[in-house]
Every structure is written in structure tokens, then in C-alpha cells.
Design a binder for this molecule. Structure first.
Ligand code: FE2
Ligand code: FE2
Length: 164
């Protein structure tokens, strides 16, 4: 059973969304470098790589199903942010948004009766639980620290230890 045109188009749009996520996190990484938060910058670079992997997993899936990968242009991510808290809020909100995109894809796979794609998408559904949990935890911790520079620097060191 070949991938339907509808699903092919929707997955290609999701490849774009994952690449945009990578681009946005890389921009956040550059912001953290600029404000001398190397741990946050490192965490965001690791996150960028994860999003690239999400995009490539979809890419290979389209190929495997005999579809055609079409790469769309990627919009410019935000350059400036107000604070660490601002980035943490935007990161969590973004992951919630991506979850809603994955859910829509899943619903489309079910509507198209494409069970292989539905099973494939379950990996992303689980991954989004983790993505939301990680970004929500960071947001809550940053909220608790408020503008305490000492606490933020300690947290920055902790985030610098992220290894994937
Ligand atoms: Fe992703
Ligand atoms: Fe993500």
C-alpha cells in the first residue's frame, strides 16, 4: 500500500516543522552564547540535533513508503529574546504546538486507514511526552529561580552536562 498523497503532503510539512524546530533551537543557542550562558547554549544545540533526527526519521519513512520527499523553505526563527525565562516559555509552548501537529498527523493516518503510518507515529507521540516533560521542567525551574543570577548560573552549569 502506497502512501496517500494527503499523507505524503502532511509528512513533508512535518519535515519542515521539525527542521524549523531545529532552526529555532539553534537560534536560541546563539542567543545564550551571546548572553554568556554556555550550558543553556549547549542544551539548545543538543536539542537542535534531536530535531534534525526527527526530521530525518520522517524523511526516511517517506522514502521507505515509496513517497517523494519535498523540502519546503524554512522561515527565519526569532533572533532576540527578552530573558532566559522568555526562551523557556517559548520552548515549552513550541513543544506543545508540535504535539498538536503530531496528533493531527496521527488522526489523518487513521482517517486514511494507513495503519503502518499510525504505528510509525506512535514513536513521535511518546517522544512528545518526553519533549514536553523536559521543557516544562526547565520552565518551572527557571520560574522558581526568578532573576537570581547565582541560581541561574548553577542551573546553566547543570544544563551544560546534557549528553545525548
Ligand atoms: Fe521534534
Ligand atoms: Fe521537539
Amino acid at each position: 500500500m502506497e502512501l496517500s498523497k494527503k499523507l505524503e503532503t502532511a509528512i513533508n510539512e512535518q519535515i519542515q516543522a521539525e527542521l524549523y524546530s531545529a532552526y529555532m533551537y539553534l537560534s536560541m543557542s546563539a542567543y545564550f552564547e551571546d548572553i554568556a550562558m554556555p550550558g543553556f547554549a549547549h542544551w539548545m544545540r543538543e536539542q537542535t540535533e534531536e530535531e534534525m533526527e526527527h526530521a530525518m526519521k520522517f524523511y526516511h519513512y517517506v522514502v521507505e513508503r515509496g513517497g517523494r520527499v519535498v523540502l519546503h523553505s524554512i522561515q527565519q526563527p526569532p533572533v532576540e529574546f527578552e530573558s532566559v525565562l522568555d526562551v523557556a516559555e517559548k520552548t515549552y509552548a513550541h513543544e506543545q504546538h508540535v504535539t498538536s501537529l503530531i496528533y493531527k498527523l496521527y488522526e489523518l493516518a487513521l482517517a486514511e486507514k494507513d495503519h503502518a503510518t499510525a504505528v510509525f507515529l506512535q514513536w513521535y507521540i511518546n517522544e512528545q511526552v518526553e519533549e514536553e516533560d523536559n521543557t516544562r521542567t526547565i520552565l518551572e525551574q527557571v520560574q522558581r529561580m526568578g532573576q537570581n543570577p547565582q541560581a541561574l548560573l548553577m542551573f546553566d552549569r547543570h544544563l551544560g552536562e546534557r549528553g545525548d
